[in-house]
Each structure stands twice: as C-alpha cells, then as structure tokens.
Design a binder for this molecule. Structure first.
Ligand SMILES: [Fe+2]
Length: 258
C-alpha cells in the first residue's frame, strides 16, 4: 500500500527526531502493509520551515538508511504545506521551495488551521489550480469549522480540491465523533485518500489497514479499492478518481476533540 502523508523523516519537524525514530516508524509502516510512503514534513506552518531542497536531501539519506537495515519501504519526497496568504508568490519565487507529492506530480498536500477555515481559502485553492496544481486538503475532519459546517469542504471539493482523511480518525482511534464525521464525509464523496499522518510509533502511528478494514466493513470494498488506487496514482502519476461530491443536506452539530 501507499501512504501519502507522513512525518517519517528525522530532524525536520514534530515527527521523527533521530534516524532511529525513522527506522522504528519504517518498520511499523511495513508491518501495516505499506510499501511506499510519501514524507511530508511541515512547511510554513509558523514553526517549521522545510524548503524542497532540504526534504529531497533527507529523503535520499532515509532511503540509504532503510536499505542498510533491509527494510522494504521506499520513501518519496513531499511536504505538508500550511495554507498561507503568499503561497502563490512562493510558486513564482526564483528558489523553488514548494514540493509536490512525489516531486514530479502536480498534487500539493495542504494543511488548514485546526480551528477555522481562513476567509481567503477558496480563492487560494482556485489560484493554486490556476497555477496547474491540485490541492489535497489534509485531514479536513480535524478542522472545527468543517466539522460544524461540512459543506465548507463540499465547496472546496466541488471547485476541484481533493481531500485526505487521517487513518486513525477513520479507525476510531481518536474518538467516536471523529470516526462518525469521517464516515459522513466519505458517504458524501468528499474524500479521495486515507493516509496515516504518522509522527511516531506511539500516539500517532500507522493505522492504514485498520482504517481500510473499517471502511470495507461499513461501506464496502469498492471504497477501499478506490482509495488505495488513488494513493498508488500519486506514485504512478495517473489521474485520480473523483466521484461527484454530494452536498451535506442535514445540518449537524459535530463536537470533536481537536
Ligand atoms: Fe501531517
């Protein structure tokens, strides 16, 4: 399986700190059935600054380390870009700092703030697409505004953005509420990927198999197949399957933990 969101590279953010942590996480990923993992260190989130060149370099080092330890996992470059007002200017900067998923593809993993959706988000998502990129909204279920008003996400998806749920949310490892919200977003075709967003092997680890098992049990194997295929397409560069998004008609009050 392919995992498109992880903090497996050591020393760049709040994920792995030492090479040993990367090795532990890699072994856990393999045990979860993962063969390819996109490393997505935080960038421009107000705390971490990881321009493309430094990530590429650490990915190369990580792959050498994994080969030395005979761990059958391939690390691919990527980043988790925090949404900020000047993102388009950075696309045009002389020094290329933004990294797409798997470097060669057009997909950009975007992180929203946890408590709200900035008013400029729709415009920025549009501008990013005008530049030729496809934004993937990371863990929308963890954004309070989207939990309270899921059609905020619908409007983004309707306009061409994609989204990625966190496996632990889907598997019910955070809370029953978050699992229910995840299911609701899936049912409304507002989700295109499930990924681990693993930071370590304890509290925020790998749960991809558990998430897919849960989706299969509750919604059927076809959802699992399309999510797995979409994640593979990030690596192969093929077009992503995008079902028609459905507006969430019934207003619901979601109370999450994040
Ligand atoms: Fe992340």
């Amino acid at each position: 399986m392919v995992d498109i969101h992880s903090h497996i590279l050591w020393g760049l953010d709040d994920g792995a700190q030492q090479p040993e942590d990367t090795l532990d996480m890699a072994r856990a990923a393999v045990a979860d059935g993962i063969t390819h993992i996109v490393a997505t260190p935080h960038h421009k989130d107000g705390k971490y600054h990881n321009p493309a060149a430094s990530i590429r370099e650490r990915v190369a080092e990580a792959n050498v380390l994994l080969a030395e330890h005979q761990i059958p996992l391939t690390v691919l470059p990527g980043m988790e870009l925090h949404l900020y007002g000047e993102v388009i200017e950075d696309f045009h900067a002389a020094e290329q700092t933004i990294l797409t998923l798997n470097d060669a593809q057009q997909f950009i993993l975007l992180e929203l703030p946890h408590d709200h959706v900035p008013c400029y988000t729709q415009q920025l998502l549009f501008d990013i697409q005008v530049e030729g990129y496809v934004p993937i909204i990371a863990h929308p279920e963890r954004n309070r505004e989207i939990r309270e008003h899921p059609n905020t996400l619908y409007r983004m998806i309707e306009k061409g953005a994609l989204s990625q749920l966190t496996a632990a949310s889907v598997a019910g490892q955070f809370s029953a509420d978050l699992q229910k919200i995840s299911l609701d977003l899936v049912k409304h075709n507002l989700v295109h990927f499930i990924a681990c967003d693993a930071h370590n092997i304890t509290r925020r680890g790998f749960a991809l198999q558990a998430a897919y098992n849960w989706v299969e049990k509750n919604l059927g194997v076809s959802y699992v197949q399309s999510y797995q295929e979409n994640a593979r397409k990030i690596v192969s560069g093929h077009e992503i399957y995008v079902p028609e998004p459905k507006r969430v008609e019934k207003r619901k009050k979601f109370l999450g933990l994040f």
